[in-house]
Design a protein around this ligand. Structure first.
Ligand code: FES
Ligand code: FES
Length: 171
């Protein structure tokens, strides 16, 4: 079946088996391997991408269900030339070790901070409770997300890039 949708701002047209998950479509058809696949049944959160702005498990929806939507993967939340504020905060707080869970953490946290830049630690823990990390532990991850809130407008502070300049977009 042919499916057309937008990924990271680019229109794509793919020919897929009806049973193919969006996660496998992204990884194998579109070579966007930043989206990781762990449990493949909606438990670990490693495959989380943004679908029309909402954090969604890409292993739980079929590629054909993405027809007409806008998908953003972790690659779409990255820059070639510098770390985004959220990425920089993960580095600053040592919020990753092997990095397997990190794309899902970043996409989930980005969706949260975009919609709720004033979230507190309890809310961050609640939202990230669906993302499993086998090695870092969660304290540093929560601290990284909390520290990145200012880039999303927390407390009315202007968003800044890692160099301290006003950011046009927190991504
Ligand atoms: S691979 Fe999708 S939630 Fe684990
Ligand atoms: S950094 Fe290894 S699973 Fe989270």
């Amino acid at each position: 079946m042919r499916v057309q949708f937008k990924v990271n701002g680019r229109n794509v047209d793919v020919d897929v088996e009806p049973r193919l998950t969006l996660a496998d479509c992204l990884r194998h058809h579109l070579r966007l391997t930043g989206t990781h696949v762990g449990c493949e049944h909606g438990v670990c959160g490693a495959c989380t991408v943004l679908v029309d702005g909402a954090a969604v498990r890409a292993c739980l929806i079929l590629a054909v269900q993405a027809d007409g939507v806008e998908v953003v993967t972790v690659e779409g939340l990255s820059h070639d030339d510098h770390l985004t504020p959220l990425q920089a905060s993960f580095r600053k707080h040592h919020a990753l070790q092997c990095g397997f869970c990190t794309p899902g953490m970043i996409t989930t946290a980005h969706a949260l901070l975009t919609n709720e830049p004033h979230c507190d630690a309890d809310r961050v823990r609640e939202v990230l409770s669906g993302n499993l990390c086998r090695c870092t532990g969660y304290i540093s991850i929560v601290e990284a997300v909390l520290d990145a809130r200012s880039a999303y407008g927390h407390e009315g502070e202007p968003a800044k890039d890692p160099a301290g300049n006003p950011a046009k977009n927190p991504t």
